[in-house]
Design a protein around this ligand. Structure first.
Ligand SMILES: NC(=O)C1=CN([C@@H]2O[C@H](COP(=O)(O)OP(=O)(O)OC[C@H]3O[C@@H](n4cnc5c(N)ncnc54)[C@H](O)[C@@H]3O)[C@@H](O)[C@H]2O)C=CC1
Ligand SMILES: O=C(O)C1=N[C@H](C(=O)O)C[C@H](O)C1
Length: 266
């Protein structure tokens, strides 16, 4: 009988997946039992360049979960795939830790329901970095005192979803704190579509995508004669790993879905 947490990682060859593979392999009390990839079915991860793990690669999540019976799935793939993986995991008794962003509200609701029905923990983590989590919490605090806010999120140009999961979650947290407000001039008109950014309950959100960036966000609050900027930068993907580790441990003790790492830290 072992107390090791058996982990499967989906997306091991991606930018985040590679870091997560190293993390799980180096963490005492965790075992990388298998990985889910689009290719290389039934190879070992060590058959691929840059890996030395003997974890088996599966292209079918069902086959992976029923054969390996892991405790936890860590998903770092794409929005459509991440959702399917999370659903398949819950239907097969596996607890999802989802770093993948870009899920729709309906998908989130469905996973919440499935998690509850199966009494299995799920963590949906728009951002694993402690600094980003604090940025969101501080922004929520600030929104009590400043009702005008715009979010600027900046990412590398390989990102699929806009706005980012972090930007969306920040807006949702601010929304819980302030009354709905239409910002800017009531008669303002965009002469170039999209100039004023996305609109979440009046909160404007702007997405910048450029090579050279990793993951950055500024939340700007304007008040009479003053500007408060709350800013966070992830300069490399190591910034996310302590959060991944915390979520793998925490999901083992949950029986429902938690959306946001701020809900599992003190
Ligand atoms: N929550 C957080 O703190 C963070 C979340 N992310 C999110 O994680 C996700 C991955 O980001 P990156 O690693 O930068 O992307 P990436 O593009 O480098 O990696 C994605 C990987 O998923 C794999 N993949 C795609 N479809 C698949 C399938 N059907 N089965 C198995 N693997 C599949 C791809 O082959 C690729 O290796 C994104 O949604 C991103 O927004 C990224 C950084 C931090
Ligand atoms: O795609 C990324 O890189 C990131 N995605 C997450 C998001 O959408 O917020 C987290 C972080 O910003 C990096």
């Amino acid at each position: 009988m072992t107390n090791e947490i058996s982990v499967v990682i989906a997306g091991p060859r991606g930018k985040m997946g590679r870091e997560a593979v190293k993390l799980v392999e180096q963490t005492e009390g965790m075992k990388l039992s298998a990985v889910i990839d689009r290719q290389y079915n039934h190879n070992q991860l060590s058959d691929l360049e840059g890996f030395n793990s003997d974890a088996v690669i599966y292209t079918s999540p069902e086959e992976c979960f029923t054969t390996v019976k892991p405790d936890v799935l860590v998903d770092l793939t794409t929005p459509e795939t991440g959702y399917l993986h999370a659903k398949t995991a819950l239907l097969n008794g596996v607890r999802p830790v989802i770093g993948t962003t870009g899920f729709t509200q309906t998908e989130l609701e469905e996973l919440k329901e499935l998690s509850k029905e199966n009494q299995l923990g799920t963590i949906i983590a728009p951002n694993f970095a402690i600094g980003a989590i604090l940025m969101m919490k501080f922004s929520q605090m600030a929104a009590k005192y400043f009702e005008d806010v715009e979010i600027i999120e900046m990412h590398h140009d390989q990102k699929l979803d806009a706005p980012s999961g972090t930007g969306l979650k920040t807006a949702e947290m601010i929304k819980e704190q302030r009354a709905s407000k239409q910002q800017g001039h009531p008669d303002e008109k965009e002469t170039v579509t999209g100039s004023r950014g996305g609109d979440i309950d009046g909160i404007r959100i702007h997405s910048v995508r450029l090579p050279g960036l990793v993951a950055h966000q500024q939340v700007m609050f304007g008040g009479e004669g003053q500007l408060l900027t709350i800013k966070h930068d992830s300069h490399d993907r190591g910034s996310f790993m302590s959060g991944v580790k915390l979520c793998i441990h925490s999901v083992m003790n949950l029986q429902e879905l938690v959306y946001g790492v701020e809900n599992i830290i003190d």
